[in-house]
Design a protein around this ligand. Sequence first.
Ligand code: AMP
Length: 285
Amino acid sequence: MLQVFTDKISLKDFITGVKKNKKTLGFVPTMGALHDGHLSLIQQASNECDIVICSIFVNPTQFNEKEDYDRYPRIPEKDIDLLKNTSCSCIFVPSREEIYEQENYDLIQIDLGELDNILEGKFRPGHFSGVVTVVKKLFDIIEPDKAYFGQKDYQQLLTIRKMAAAFNLPVSIISCPIIREKDGLAMSSRNLLLSDEERKFAPTIYKCLEEAKDKLKIQTIDAVQHWAREELKKSKLVEFEYFEIRDARDLSKIEQLQTGMKIVIVTALRVGKIRLIDNIVINLN
Ligand code: AMP
């Protein structure tokens, strides 16, 4: 039966029991408004671990805009109902005070290098400090063997790997593929906030990524980036942020494509008021 915890002391008791029984623990951190993308992480965790814990916490420190935080969808009862039909064993739904004991939010200090300054780091100042802080706090409470993150938030995945390595945490960070709607739009809790017109436009983002992948076979990186940026900017709904073809290891710029390289095409833009991100990873053969 699914167990729901709101405080870390009771959760810790549960975890102590799990560890005593030598069961492996898989952890899926989320901000709720769950969709099939989240459920795929839970499925993968349950394929690989004995016990799966999912957390639902809309983390205030990773929002660089108050409006985005305020309007973020919060449907915990619906989420809990949804999780009852999955292989998730336990949900942790803490209050803000349970995670951040002081009003002034104690962020962990860690050097994320360029990852903190480029792409998402540039457009969302302070975002990754908030992300690594909350994930570190949750790891400290849960002490998972494996933690599951979506490739959808590609840069987040890299920062979490960096944080786990910096603190020598004994947890494997597992990357899971992006789950998409039938029309290609990457699933996201924020999709709920799109108007009909915006929702109709949104699959264009994935179409551009796929087309860029094809074009890269015959055109230069600069030409493809330029094409995609112009294509996305055509819609009056769009406030464009970036479309970049980068080295998948660290999101650094690429001088020239070479066989054997792993690259990632990352993009972010606002459709109306809603900020959407997406990416595709490509192995160059
Ligand atoms: P969030 O609730 O948006 O913080 O996401 C929680 C986790 O689910 C993160 O690791 C995300 O990368 C992952 N995730 C979100 N959307 C998707 C998706 N469409 N496919 C796969 N994973 C996703």
